[in-house]
Design a protein around this ligand. Structure first.
Ligand code: ADP
Ligand code: MG
Length: 263
């Protein structure tokens, strides 16, 4: 029998191309004496517009995985692809939000958000339009001319999200972006992020070590374990948004995900 795909078999068998594809991804860091295996054989396909949360204990390789997708580092083995092409480095289609905000302290909120747009040498009027739109989206109009040190943690994180969104990347990569915030600010920003994600149709990969945050946000929760870093479970979250953290269904998922985390 021929291996040539027929039209019919292509319709039945071929899944749509993933936005992000990880195939047998391993990452080893050279160590004193022995190399350290931070990731071992990670396979993961992420669909266009999907919201994936990556959950696991500290040191299980979450940031390493995100950095490989971002193109900040290359795998030791396996391949990472975006839209079908191999990731060879950072690019404007992949926006990254870090836990520590990484704002420029000497620039105002407005100028922090405009930074990437200036780098792209967009016309001034266009930059102003986009920045105003972003300030509105994340609700920071009032502090547009403030400097980072004048802002609360939640506001700083909104600036760093707005700065990434201004570039309008197809993919959003977020590494424990709300980890430093108190519970109330955190849940407000989770709602805001979901609203933006729904409006702007993005593929999102969100790293967290909070079970609740993983379930509130994700279409699927990817559970990782350490020693060596690997995926141990992928849990579908079939709950309509916004999700009620106190519902029986939510609690059932909380138990399921927690069990995977501890197994
Ligand atoms: P997580 O984000 O899940 O907390 P990381 O991906 O940051 O975990 O790290 C996974 C493991 O790899 C940790 O043990 C960490 O010490 C190690 N590691 C990460 N980056 C490096 C590096 N550049 N050099 C050596 N070891 C590293
Ligand atoms: Mg990390």
């Amino acid at each position: 029998m021929s291996d040539e795909p027929t039209f019919a078999s292509a319709l039945v068998d071929d899944p749509p191309q993933p936005m992000i594809g990880c195939r047998g991804v391993s990452k080893t860091f050279p160590g004193a004496g022995r190399d350290f295996v931070a990731l071992d054989g990670v396979d993961l396909d992420i669909a266009p517009d999907e919201f994936i949360t990556v959950l696991g204990p500290s040191g299980c390789g979450k940031s390493t995985l995100l950095n490989l997708i971002a193109g900040f580092d290359l795998p030791t083995a396996g391949t990472v692809s975006v839209a079908g092409g191999p990731v060879t480095g950072p690019s404007p289609d992949k926006g990254v939000v870090f836990q520590d905000f990484a704002l420029f302290p000497w620039l105002t909120v407005r100028k922090n958000i405009a930074y990437g747009l200036r780098e792209k040498r967009l016309p001034k009027a266009e930059i102003r339009r986009i920045v105003d739109d972003m300030l509105d989206t994340v609700g920071l109009e009032r502090v547009a001319d403030h400097y980072p040190h004048q802002l609360s943690g939640g506001m700083k994180q909104r600036v760093s999200i707005a700065r990434v969104l201004a570039i309008d990347p197809r993919i959003l990569l977020l590494d424990e972006p709300f980890g430093a915030l108190d519970e109330q600010r955190r849940s407000g920003l989770q709602d805001e992020l979901l609203r933006i994600w729904e409006q702007r149709r993005k593929t999102a990969v969100f790293v967290t070590h909070s079970v609740e945050e993983a379930i509130v946000l994700g279409d699927r929760v990817v559970v990782m374990a350490a020693g060596p870093g690997r995926i141990t479970a992928v849990v579908d979250v079939d709950l309509a948004r916004p999700r009620d953290r106190t519902s029986d269904e939510f609690n059932a998922l909380r138990r399921e995900v927690t069990a995977h985390l501890w197994s």
